[in-house]
Design a protein around this ligand. Structure first.
Ligand code: SF4
Ligand code: SF4
Length: 385
């Protein structure tokens, strides 16, 4: 395993990224730029930025605010929704405090109903998301939702989206996604150079980019350093650790329990296939033709379990198993998340077809079941070796 002494220097920027981000947010707010809180990767970042606002990720990943959320929301709801709402209710998240309004989408039932309560705390603009990506009407409708979002942003201190500003932001986001994809894919060939725990803050950082230039520079430096380590034959993570894909619900710093347990138990998470991970990184927005429609298409195609059917999920799992030479799949489901829970069966069937060992873990943010999950993961990894 990479020790703190030999961990790639380019990772340091991401360890303290949230502090950079808060300082940069303060600066743009002082300049009168509206800040848009977002909770989900269906929020079209390039459009929000082209409309003169700065998007910032607000997704709740910690247990602490859940109790306060449960005074309003049912306890049986997914912890991500409760944590997100709890932060807003207790006013304990500096990013939420910095947001002028929230851009939300009708993804899963729990989240969209939570937004009705969130709207009592902060203005919420709700984008209505179609659930079948293959219907031509779905794309038309989602494009019109993108237009409605642009109008909302213009009315909230932003500016009218021009073709040039949208193109510029599309190019920036394509560059971000491409650099992140290169960084993640360093683990595809040969011995993994990064553990999942090391990758996590890098992947999460994409939700917190305020100023594009320093962020792109940091990603480029890390990408180049990793390429250099690979070509010099650096040792990386010791071999004989089972190569695991962690798929399912979003994971972040604070909700990394299962990721950490896999690596503490002797595995290495070579790829995170969830919306805080690799999902969508290899899907750039085409820069030719109707740009707004291209943006709408790219976001509509995100293979989240709120889509039905959701063929992209199985396609992605299949491709990642091959590309990353995955030896085991761990499918994480947050308690109360029916979409990912039901879809787990489909992922299991695909794993069986690929002959890759599969383990589903259903849990919450609390630590109460940690040792029980550790035992299951240890047994799973032992059977792989
Ligand atoms: S899992 Fe789906 S609904 Fe939840 S944050 Fe990710 S894309 Fe959005
Ligand atoms: S994890 Fe599931 S229930 Fe929770 S917000 Fe995402 S899709 Fe909704």
């Amino acid at each position: 395993m990479n020790s703190p002494q030999n961990k790639p220097a380019g990772l340091r920027f991401f360890d303290t990224f949230s502090e950079h981000c808060l300082a940069a947010l303060e600066k743009v707010r002082d300049a009168g730029t509206p800040v848009a809180g977002v909770y989900c990767i269906y929020a079209p970042i390039e459009l929000i930025r082209a409309a003169g606002a700065v998007p910032i990720g607000l997704c709740g990943k910690r247990q602490a605010p859940i109790q306060a959320a449960e005074e309003v929301l049912p306890a049986s709801l997914c912890p991500l929704i409760k944590s997100s709402y709890g932060y807003a209710r207790t006013d304990t998240c500096p990013y939420f405090a910095a947001a002028d309004f929230v851009i939300a989408e009708t993804t899963c039932d729990g989240k969209k109903k939570m937004y009705e309560f969130l709207g009592r705390i902060k203005p919420v603009h709700l984008m209505h998301l179609p659930y079948d990506q293959s219907l031509p009407e779905a794309l038309r409708f989602w494009r019109s939702e993108a237009e409605r979002l642009a109008e909302f942003l213009a009315s909230r201190g932003g500016r009218t989206v021009s073709a040039d500003s949208l193109l510029e932001e599309v190019r920036t986001q394509n560059a971000v996604r491409s650099l992140l994809a290169d960084i993640v894919r360093i683990n595809a060939d040969g011995v993994p150079l990064l553990t999942g725990m090391q990758l996590l803050p890098v992947l999460e950082s994409k939700g917190f980019m305020v100023e594009a230039e320093p962020y792109l520079d940091a990603l480029t430096a890390l990408r180049d350093e990793l390429a250099q380590l690979r070509s010099s034959g650096a040792a990386g993570v010791p071999a004989r650790r089972p190569r695991i894909m962690l798929t399912g619900v979003p994971v972040g710093k604070g909700s990394h329990k299962v990721l950490q347990l896999i690596e503490e138990s002797g595995g290495v998470v070579v790829c995170l296939d969830n919306c805080s991970g690799i999902k969508g990184l290899d899907a750039p927005v085409p820069t030719e033709g109707d740009l707004l429609e291209n943006v709408a298409r790219r976001y509509l195609d995100i293979p989240c379990a709120c889509m039905t059917p959701n063929p992209g999920r199985v396609r992605t799992v299949n491709a990642l198993c091959r590309d990353f030479r995955v030896q085991g799949i761990v499918d994480l489901t947050w308690q109360g998340c029916h979409g990912f829970n039901v879809e787990s069966r489909i992922v299991r069937e695909e794993a069986e077809r690929l002959d890759v060992p599969f383990l589903q873990i259903e849990t919450g943010y609390s630590e109460s079941d940690t040792e029980q999950i550790r035992t299951r993961i240890e047994a799973f990894l032992e059977a792989i070796l």
